[in-house]
Design a protein around this ligand. Structure first.
Ligand SMILES: [Zn+2]
Length: 247
């Protein structure tokens, strides 16, 4: 059986704790949301400098979700490397092990929101997550779980996007992760025989979330209270940098 640990606090802190505990893998669970209620694709984000293992694991998960729930895959074969305009990268980049950020379905889509709220749907989501871990990481591995948005020290009330018809992204992500933890902690390899793949060490180093303005090589402005879940968008035409909080 696996040893599953939940990590709380700000995203960087969670990842550093998972490194210290020598986790073999790290997963952060989100759900997607869009103004377009028809959006329904399955997607996994990996860090910008993710290893091949992270990418293969993410693709495996996205493909299985798409098969199980009859939904299309987003990104490139189900994964988006480096996140949306870099958003999502900070949730993974400090990990020294394979790490993925899950966006299995859209809670803004009425049909998919209904699945997320349904116990059977939650069990199915948890099973896919647990199976992806069993396929890529050997039995007895320690696995780090992170619930997107929830338990951040910086914004304790953040729960992410709203679920169509009520509820929040983070509360449902937590339900699914708790179920996956249960499956993994009761996993008996005698019942299912699978060959685990070889895991390589991985390091993801890139700058912090700070935003700097540098003129002629000299830093003239620094903004450092940007949350990892904020959208940062440079409007090239109007030369405006937009920073939008999601909570
Ligand atoms: Zn989210």
């Amino acid at each position: 059986m696996y040893d599953v640990r939940f990590y709380k606090g700000n995203y960087k802190w969670r990842q550093k704790q998972a490194n210290q505990d020598r986790c073999s893998a790290y997963v952060e669970h989100h759900f997607n949301a869009s103004a377009n209620v028809n959006s329904n694709y399955a997607m996994v984000i990996t860090g910008r400098l993710a290893s091949q293992t992270s990418k293969s694991w993410g693709r495996w998960y996205a493909r299985r979700i798409s098969e199980q729930f009859n939904s299309p895959m987003g990104g490139t074969e189900g994964i988006l490397v480096g996140g949306y305009n870099g958003r999502g990268n900070g949730n993974l980049k400090y990990t020294r092990m394979p790490a993925i950020l899950l966006e299995p379905m859209f809670i803004s889509n009425p049909q998919q929101a209904a699945i997320v709220k349904d116990v059977e749907g939650q069990d199915k989501l948890a099973k896919v997550l647990a199976e992806s871990i069993v396929s890529f990481f050997p039995d007895n591995s320690r696995i780090g779980f992170s619930i997107g948005h929830k338990y951040k020290t910086s914004r304790p009330r953040d729960r992410g996007a709203s679920v169509y018809g009520g509820g929040t992204e983070a509360d449902y992500a937590e339900i699914v992760m708790e179920k996956a933890k249960y499956i993994l902690e009761n996993y008996d390899p005698a019942k299912i025989i699978e060959e685990p793949e070889v895991i390589e060490e991985e390091s993801q180093l890139s700058p912090d979330n700070d935003i700097r303005v540098i003129k002629n090589g000299k830093e003239i402005w620094l903004h450092n209270d940007i949350d990892e879940d904020d959208d940062v968008l440079w409007d090239q035409d109007n030369r405006i940098l937009y920073i939008t909080s999601n909570s």
